[in-house]
Design a protein around this ligand. Structure first.
Ligand code: HEC
Length: 125
């Protein structure tokens, strides 16, 4: 009985590992549970495009930050944090808390707004 429990736990751990490596964000949209259309509007309203090129958002020709084209396929956020939904939700609102030296500013967002933004960014593939 105990052995079987162990085997089940090991299998679960394996499945988790297999499904969550950096760069594997195929199901992120679902995991983020945000509304991409709303996220796109918030991105436009906050003018993230002043610093980023963002497909689908106009105007967005900023060159201060990296282009967000293909962001949904990127393995890391800012080259150092694994690109996973909860990490991205935090990054879009509180980047300076995660990396005090980053030039990306913080934004006063509700959890919901941050999720919507993240879900839009994951549509960029
Ligand atoms: C003042 C300029 C500026 C604004 C405004 C800005 N960003 Fe950024 N952003 C940056 C910079 C610079 C980086 C690179 C950070 C680093 O490498 O430390 C960055 C990084 C990012 C990344 C990670 C990109 C990658 O390829 O790893 C995402 C995602 C992002 N920003 C989203 C947003 C969103 C969404 C908004 C609007 C809510 C926004 N940014 C507003 C400057 C900005």
């Amino acid at each position: 009985m105990r052995r079987r429990a162990f085997a089940t736990a090991a299998l679960l751990a394996l499945l988790l590992l297999a499904g969550c490596g950096p760069g594997d964000v195929g199901e992120s949209k679902v995991l983020v549970e945000g509304d991409p259309a709303s996220g796109r509007r918030i991105i436009a309203r906050l003018d993230c495009g002043a610093c980023h090129a963002i497909p689908g958002v106009r105007p967005s020709r900023g060159r201060v930050g990296p282009s967000l084209e293909g962001f949904g396929r990127r393995g890391y956020i800012a080259g150092q944090f694994p690109n996973r939904p909860p990490v991205l939700v935090r990054w879009v609102s509180a980047a300076p808390e995660m990396d005090p030296r980053t030039a990306m500013p913080g934004f006063a967002l509700t959890e919901r707004e941050a999720r919507d933004i993240a879900s839009y960014l994951y549509t960029l593939r």
